[in-house]
Design a protein around this ligand. Structure first.
Ligand code: NAP
Length: 514
């Protein structure tokens, strides 16, 4: 076992969010440093983003800035082949560290020495005391199997801290990073982070599992590595420093997951309800491997207090055979969008039906109403089931008549071509993406003329909140209901299933609108 290092700065017994400075011009670099001092526990000066001339300009002002802000500094000079911005030989990197002006060296709380640099100083006095040195290794291709052996080799240097940052090509790669964090607990302090979206859980949860530090960008676009969240998200959305091993874990499994609004809705709700928990976006490729290795209490490899998951495309059907129990609604519509972990069992639910119907039921009684459902995909399926249960007379209108006919047959509805709708309904529900941002924003599936005799138009599209269809419907004198109501209602139902508490609806609404 490598020697335990001498006690490091008391700062390093805390959970730290480090903000890297990645500006290239001295004035912008110094301005970012001042801005980072507001939210960072420690600021990383990425000196490789600056030219040698810019170093001199920044160094001239650094001691005064440090005296003003008191935020600890981590110095890094990363060569390009290890993920940095400058072409620097080992000799040039050594010379740079050795020639730091004394007043600048005095401002260093921590220094990042890549493994080769740390090894090069092993037999001579280092330019920075070893108790301030992080020995680092980066892999931008993947996460190898031998992380523990690598940690051992790096911990054998005199550096006080070991840092491993590797690309997660799939969420399964996070397991090895969590494993090495566990291994390091009785050894040298560790920083272990997974790059790219599949690695996000390591960036959010590593502090709670004993790692020293995680990185957060000052703002979107200022990341120093792929998949790095902002410092605001780490501190406010995920509350990484408040999390512990006991914190309840929730998340949404899907692919792609980067656009999901669910973390923006559920995290503030957990916070408002006073629940010690966090909700993570989980970029999941293989359904079965994820359920086995991360979710099912009988087989999972990660010891975490996972309590529930939202399930989205493409996993809604594939998770079903992997669960212990599926409720009648999810069974009837053939899709699960919510998993509840209850003791050692996984239970599947579908909150889309409740989410779609609850806001509608609050406005009117659909029993006996003539309802036109536009589209014949997943959300149309949930809507048809909910309407059938409530005794509405449903006609499905789709551009693919055969799809409409096959769905209609399952739910005792009628089918028609989308362009054949001429106002023969009390309620219209749009279950197509028509009008959605990034798809066909500004397009309405129906004209005001066709909506003249319709009482209520419900658009499941929620982005933008005011769709072209809703505007058209208002112009035709119809009552309207937007898709955010469903988004919030289905999330509130998930919250209730996971926590057995009523969801803070106002907080969810406010979060859904941002
Ligand atoms: P889906 O399973 O892909 O189904 C989409 C349906 O719309 C299909 O019938 C599809 O026809 C049809 N469609 C697609 N593009 C069309 C076009 N240009 N013209 C006419 N029909 C078109 O999608 P989904 O999950 O049902 O979602 C549909 C919409 O509802 C999305 O915008 C989604 O964001 C929204 N949604 C909102 C909520 C909420 O909480 N508010 C929840 C779920 C869904 P083909 O089969 O012929 O392609």
């Amino acid at each position: 076992m490598p020697p335990l290092s001498a006690p490091v700065d008391p700062l390093l017994t805390r959970k730290l969010v480090c903000v890297p400075i990645t500006e290239r011009e001295p004035a912008a670099f110094l301005a970012a440093l001042a801005a980072a001092a507001v939210s960072a526990d420690i600021i990383e000066l990425r000196l490789d983003y600056l030219s040698d001339a810019a170093h001199a300009e920044v160094f001239a002002q650094l001691p005064a800035l440090v005296a003003q802000y008191h935020t600890p500094l981590l110095f890094t000079l990363r060569p390009r082949e290890q993920g940095g911005q400058r072409d620097l030989s080992l000799g040039e990197r050594r010379a740079c560290w050795q020639s730091l002006p004394a007043a600048v060296a005095a401002t260093i709380t921590l220094a990042d020495f890549e493994f080769d640099l740390a090894a090069s100083f092993a037999a001579e006095p280092p330019p920075v005391p070893w108790e301030k040195v992080i020995c680092s290794w980066h892999n931008f291709e993947g996460t190898p199997d031998d992380l523990i052996q690598r940690y051992e080799r790096m911990a054998a240097t005199p550096a006080a801290i070991v840092k491993l940052a590797t690309k997660c090509n799939c969420i399964g790669d996070c397991l090895r990073l969590f494993e090495v964090i566990e291994y390091a607990q009785s050894r040298k302090p560790i920083i272990a982070l997974g790059m790219s979206l599949p690695g996000l859980s390591t960036r959010v949860l590593s502090l709670s599992r004993g790692a020293l530090l995680t990185f957060g960008a000052l703002q979107p676009g200022a990341e120093s590595a792929p998949g790095q969240p902002t410092v605001a998200d780490l501190n406010q959305l995920y509350r990484v420093k408040q999390l512990t091993r006991a914190s309840q874990i929730f998340g949404v499994m899907g692919q792609p997951i980067g656009h999901s609004r669910s973390p923006l809705i559920h995290n503030p709700a957990l916070q408002a309800a006073g629940i010690d928990g966090v909700y993570l976006p989980l970029e999941v490729d293989g359904t079965a491997a994820f359920i086995r290795d991360f979710v099912h209490p009988h087989t999972r490899k990660l010891g975490w207090n996972l309590r529930g998951l939202s399930v989205t495309i493409p996993h809604k059907l594939a998770v079903m055979p992997l669960l212990d129990e599926i409720d009648a609604t999810a069974q009837a519509i053939g899709a699960v969008n919510t998993i509840v972990v209850e003791s050692d069992r996984l239970r599947g639910f579908n909150t889309d039906v409740h989410g779609a119907m609850q806001p509608l039921n609050e406005l009117l009684d659909v029993r006996g109403a003539r309802v036109a459902v536009l589209g014949a995909g997943g959300s149309a399926r949930a809507v048809c089931y909910g309407l059938q249960q409530r005794g509405a007379a449903v006609t499905l209108y789709a551009r693919d008549l055969r799809k409409a006919q096959s769905l209609a047959a399952e739910f005792n509805a009628t089918a028609a071509a989308l362009d054949s709708f001429h106002g023969q309904a009390d309620i219209v529900i749009n279950c197509t993406p028509l009008g959605m941002k990034g798809h066909s924003e500004g397009t309405s599936p129906l004209t005001a003329e066709r909506l003249r005799d319709v009482r209520l138009v419900y658009d499941l599209v929620y982005n933008p909140e005011q769709t072209a269809l809703l505007q058209t419907a208002q112009a035709a004198g119809c009552q309207t209901l937007g898709g955010l109501a469903m988004l919030v209602a289905q999330a509130a139902e998930q919250f209730r299933l996971w926590t057995h508490q009523a969801a803070p609806i106002d907080v969810m609404w406010q979060a859904a609108r941002t």
